[in-house]
Design a protein around this ligand. Structure first.
Ligand SMILES: [Zn+2]
Ligand SMILES: [Zn+2]
Length: 448
């Protein structure tokens, strides 16, 4: 997607314009595309098209665009369906779709286990004595190795030491305690416009990742809301990324790769009739297997879309419980402002490099510019981004509900009960900022 902010220093002084579609008066802000909130004219400004496209390229691109649109529509419809189910009664959804995903993963693991046992049986000569059996066994063990559960590894880069950032860990621990979740093992700060949580490695290391750009532009209570959402993934029945389901999907992806028909050999010229026939038959068989595996991946993804999106809504509601509807809503809305982050990055990269200690002291640095740019995004542009996201489906993948539905779920939620809201007061917020200062400097250097 293209960035939409223009340079910030041009005031909006053009005369009032009218919408070419419905003649409503349009507000013009030169930093952002002009669009019509009444009829949504120019909601998504057209992408520039390269002039030297051949008709064939054009047709190909149009076909790809239609396919993408169909996939988006599919996810959109399913997402709406999940929204409806969760907002009416989330409990039934949790049981049925999570159980289906769990069972499907079980079938995949059973296949992997069979391959392993088959390989062991062959290699040991129990199933088929002689060398051909042994060779087959080695191949089967190789496949079983590929299908093994992968536990992932906790990230080391950017990990914060508990002793070095005690206030931040303190806040995160307090949120975990409030939600009834175990403590995190480590916190990583990176340069993403995001935050995430994962359980990795044999020891099931619990790692929270905070994207510093996003963190920077959030108000203290919005930061609490984001942390509560992420920690909420430990207690919201979200088993997508768990060992059982996660490794099943990995195994399926491996199957998909292993069964992909080989197209390269057919193009290498004649290699004898027998080889050609054998190749053709093998490719047919592989193709059938490959389609079957693909069908399983799609099925699993659908179950996950339901279970996963329902889990995201529950995590949002946990965030509401520790903060408020307004804080959670504002934090979610801020996620839409990544184009502003991209623009600020781009602008800062084109500035002459500052020498260490040089530059005017009043020059805003990356983080100040970013905070200012996001703070000054006008409500009309926020509305445009929200509606554009709703139309396009903005979720990173189908596991996340689109932002507009997450926002709608917040308003559909029962009236907030401030049981024990976690408050990040200005004193502790400032302490955390001081703790992160070193990372801030490092990341700015990496980004620019
Ligand atoms: Zn209009
Ligand atoms: Zn989440």
């Amino acid at each position: 997607m293209s960035t939409t902010d223009a340079p910030a220093d041009s005031p909006s002084a053009r005369p009032a314009e009218r919408c070419p579609e419905c003649r409503s008066a349009l507000a013009v802000n030169e930093r952002f595309p002009t669009w019509c909130p009444s009829c949504e004219w120019n909601l998504l400004p057209p992408e520039p098209v390269p002039a030297d496209r051949t008709p064939r390229q054009q047709r190909k691109e149009e076909r790809a665009e239609r396919r993408e649109e169909a996939a988006r529509r599919d996810v959109r419809e399913r997402s709406e369906q999940v929204f409806k189910l969760v907002s009416e009664d989330g409990s039934g959804l949790r049981d049925s779709s999570a159980a289906a995903a769990f069972a499907l993963a079980g079938v995949v693991h059973l296949v992997s286990l069979t391959v392993l046992l088959f390989g062991l049986g062959l290699v040991s000569g129990l199933l088929l004595p002689g060398w051909p059996g042994r060779i087959l066994g080695v191949i089967a063990l190789g496949i079983a190795f590929q299908l093994r559960p992968r536990l992932g590894r906790p990230t080391r880069d950017g990990t914060l030491d508990r002793a070095a950032v005690p206030t931040l860990y303190g806040l995160v621990d307090r949120i975990s305690e409030e939600l009834g979740a175990p403590k995190v093992d480590s916190i990583v700060v990176d340069a993403e416009w995001n935050a995430s949580f994962g359980v990795r490695g044999l020891r099931r290391h619990r790692q929270l990742t905070i994207g510093l750009p996003l963190w920077t532009v959030l108000a203290p209570q919005q930061r609490v809301a984001v942390l509560a959402h992420e920690i909420g993934h430990c207690v919201n029945g979200d088993n997508r990324r768990g060992l059982w389901n996660g490794s099943a999907l990995n195994a399926l992806v491996e199957w998909y790769r292993l069964t992909e028909p080989d197209r390269t050999r057919a193009q290498q010229g004649p290699t004898g009739l027998v080889m050609m026939v054998a190749d053709a038959v093998a490719n047919r068989v592989l193709w059938v297997l490959n389609r079957a595996v693909y069908g399983l991946v799609v099925l699993m993804n659908r179950q996950w879309l339901r279970a996963g999106q329902a889990a995201e809504y529950r995590a949002d509601l946990l965030a509401v419980r520790l903060t408020s509807v307004a804080d959670t809503r504002d934090a979610l809305t801020t996620l839409l402002h990544w184009p502003t982050f991209e623009t600020v990055l781009h602008r800062q990269r084109t500035l002459p490099k500052r020498r260490p200690g040089g530059g005017r002291p009043d020059d805003p640095d990356l983080w100040q510019s970013l905070a200012e740019a996001v703070r000054t995004v006008p409500p009309l542009e926020t509305e445009r981004r929200l509606r554009a996201a709703a139309r396009q489906g903005d979720a990173v993948d189908s596991s996340h509900p689109p932002t507009h539905l997450r926002l709608r779920m917040l308003t559909a939620a029962p009236p907030e009960q401030h049981r024990h809201p976690v408050v990040l007061d200005s004193g502790r917020a400032a302490l955390i900022e001081a703790e992160l200062a070193g990372r801030r400097e490092r990341l700015a250097v990496d980004l620019l």
